[in-house]
Write a protein that binds this ligand. Sequence first.
Ligand code: TYD
Ligand code: MG
Length: 449
Amino acid sequence: MSKHQTIFSCYKCGAQFPKWSGQCFECQAWGTIKEGEENAKKQESKKAKKLFNTENLIDINKVSNEHFDRLKIKMREIDTVFGGGIVKGSITLIGGEPGIGKSTLSLQLFKQLEGGEEALLYISGEESASQIKLRMDRLDYSAKNLKFLSETNVEQIQAAIETVKPKLAIIDSIQTIHSNQVESEPGNVAQIRACTVKLMEVAKQNNIPVIITGHVTKDGSVAGPKTLEHLVDTVLYLEGDKLHGYRILRSTKNRFGSTNEVGILEMTDKGLQEVEDPSKAFLDSSTQNTAGSVISCFAEGNRVFFCEVQALVSPTIFGYPQRKTAGYDLNRLQMISAVLLKRARLNLTNQDIHLNIVGGFKIKEPAIDLSVALAIYSALKDKPIPKNTVVIGELGLGGEIRSVFNLEKRINEAEKLGFAQVIIPDVKINKDYKIKITRIKEIGELMKV
Ligand code: TYD
Ligand code: MG
């Protein structure tokens, strides 16, 4: 065997092969495989090993507690998600579907941070200066110290940040920028990673907070923001239904705070605004008691929100019965209808079921299972459920009702908002409540209640 072993790697996905080929076996891209010298890399890593210095080892007990310097946005919902403000020298990723409001949010952060000597730096690879100006007019934002740069080359962006030394730099979006050192188109994994690492370097070396925005597609799995979550300090996602006004700013990673925080904002014609009473945001007060509609509540981080679950049950006209959902997991709906069929003897075999969570919010929590079951029952029997009742509980396969976390907090909130009754799983509760509490053990009982 020869000493000089060469390896071939794909510059698109990074996969390595012992032989050259026209198409990458991993990502199926054509003409992306290039030759690289394995031995040279081995030599380099040997050299690096020798450079290690024992003086670099730090005794962790001697490190003093550092207080993080934070930039306050002065909007409660945003500051809490950041863990009390944006930490200087940190790098944050704001991800979200295209059109959800990332660029709007970026400009609003700048608007809130206006004032003082330091400049603000907005780098856009997507929009021109005049487009940004137009949006600023919508937001009533007349900037005094905002510098704009339309640039897609990360080396130039680095230089710009080092020259301007801004209070905050925002790069919109990571998918549009590229590095000269990586040979692939912008937006692909290798580029996104290389660019993020470069931006991280400037952020840390100059103690400047940097925010990058990133597009995520519907299923959230596309190579992009997901692949750089481990690199950045803070990951925030802006979520919501584009057709509805509410946006949820959620932190899924935060090196300087808790990830249990969510912020509720509303997209108005003047940008994103704070919502006065977030727990009621998803409730529609105008609707009357109609069959198939049930109030439930779900928790997001430390907060509790109320929502309306609507079901429509109608006889199947042709073929298999349909199950359709909006804002809820389809598999979960299928499971619940199976449990209703088997354990509560509800005849759903020739009925179509449509389920909708009002407000355009996607709920992943099992705590609304019971309300889904009740909504289906109510729709099937055409019996309205009073709007002053909140239904909470997880449904098991045996038809048993399981407890949910933060149950007392939910009851508390329901009482505060003036609901008359809560239907909950059969568990012990330590506190006395004014609100009427109905406990149920299994799904059959629910029908009687
Ligand atoms: P945008 O910030 O461009 O989304 P992203 O950067 O995530 O792709 O958001 C654009 C949407 O927000 C667009 O459909 C218009 C709407 N919008 C408002 O409703 N009100 C406003 O004040 C602004 C600026 C935008
Ligand atoms: Mg944008």
